[in-house]
Design a binder for this molecule. Structure first.
Ligand code: SF4
Ligand code: SF4
Length: 117
């Protein structure tokens, strides 16, 4: 979501390094290797607690990436003030941390896990 389709070329290049490093001759040998960690039920997810993003506005450069990514790929939880700083609505935030991942300045970190109200 952050880098667009050009990331496919980087994924292919990365695989060209990864496969020989792991001693894998054919990409097909990896198919299904991660299935043990996949569940077909969302009931196994822990939903009683949440880790909110923590905004460090003194380090923020006002690029708006967190706002756009939460608006388009998250839960429309961040508003962008006239000061070009992000503000969180904790009632709508699900703690997905997409905003943390896209911030180019590391101005968003994780807070402590807390029990949902
Ligand atoms: S954690 Fe997810 S839902 Fe919450 S503000 Fe960040 S992107 Fe939006
Ligand atoms: S992504 Fe980071 S630097 Fe950009 S507006 Fe959000 S908090 Fe500020």
């Amino acid at each position: 979501m952050q880098y667009g389709y050009r990331i496919i070329d980087e994924l292919k290049a990365g695989l060209n390094y990864y496969l020989p490093e792991k001693g894998v001759e054919h990409i097909g040998d990896m198919v299904g290797q991660g299935l043990d960690s996949v569940s077909d039920s969302t009931d196994v997810l822990e939903r009683d607690s949440i880790v909110y993003p923590k905004f460090h506005r003194d380090e923020c450069v006002g690029c708006g990436r967190c706002y756009v990514s939460c608006r388009d790929g998250g839960h429309q939880t961040i508003s962008f003030g006239e000061d070009r700083k992000p503000y969180l609505d904790p009632k709508k935030c699900v703690g997905c941390h997409l905003c943390v991942l896209v911030c180019p300045k590391g101005a968003i970190t994780s807070s402590n896990r807390r029990i949902k109200k």
